[in-house]
Write a protein that binds this ligand. Sequence first.
Ligand code: UDP
Ligand code: MG
Length: 308
Amino acid sequence: MTSLSVIVPVKDEEGSLPQLYKELSSTLKKISAPYEIIFIDDGSEDKSGKILSELKKKDTRIKIITFRGNFGKSAALSAGFEKAKYSTIVTLDADLQDDPHEIVRLLKKLSQGYDLVGGWRKNRIDPLSKKISSFFFNKGTVFISGVKLHDFNCGLKVFNKTVADSLHLHGELHRFLPILAAKMRFKVAEIEVIHRPRRFGKSKFGFERSWRGMIDLLTTIFITDYATKPAHFFGRIGFILFLSGICMDGYVTYLKITTGSTQDKIPLLLAGILFTLLGVQLISTGLIAEMLAHYLLHNDPAIKKYKK
Ligand code: UDP
Ligand code: MG
């Protein structure tokens, strides 16, 4: 029988919280499994903190983690994962854009043998700029990561606790939870969910943040595909550059020996030197990274997380 730890990151959501609690607890009661609701107050400056402690007084299944300041949604979720005591994790935004009733369908899908099931906001109700940036973000993410989902960043997700235990979310990596999970060979799926407009407060993630997503995607690929073999990444580019540089300068040297003149080949010579040096630098960076990885993996139980 499943038991649920519901994790809700909260930053200035005073308008939504009472209604959210109502909808969430009515759904959870219907599921009739043991559950807890962990709210993470991520440095709210409105009345969210006060509303949460009022709710906690009425309901012993509520737990609250209060941050000293705003550390971001990833940090909030991580804190929630750490506190969660049940076998299935449910994450949900606090702004009522995710419909708590959808948890039932997500859990049903999870029980069909998946480790993580995310929501796909097919009819997303957000400003156009956000929908466009999100469209490119999701397409780009599929292209680069090879993980074929439509919506990576839906707040509504359900997954096994082992998934949470195997991941470290820092920075803004919450967006890539499905990729991190898929790269750890967990079985990942998504289903369409209802998305609702934000009625209270305002969004904390605007268009201006979308470029960061691309950098974070690189980080994600790095810490999943290359964390244990960084020299493969740096080495590949380094070798290509190094060999091209050697060829360029070898050619110039050959011309010098055979024709005696390399007057118009100076740019090629310089490019060759640049490529060779860059190549050597990248290869050495890869080797240094490899030493670090060797040391860290030896001391960190990360590798044990591969076990079923
Ligand atoms: N959130 C948070 N810390 C932050 C930013 C957001 O805990 O620094 C929470 C926020 O309260 C909400 C969820 O993360 O519950 C999603 O945020 P938001 O609705 O602003 O994002 P959007 O839906 O616009 O992408
Ligand atoms: Mg929202």
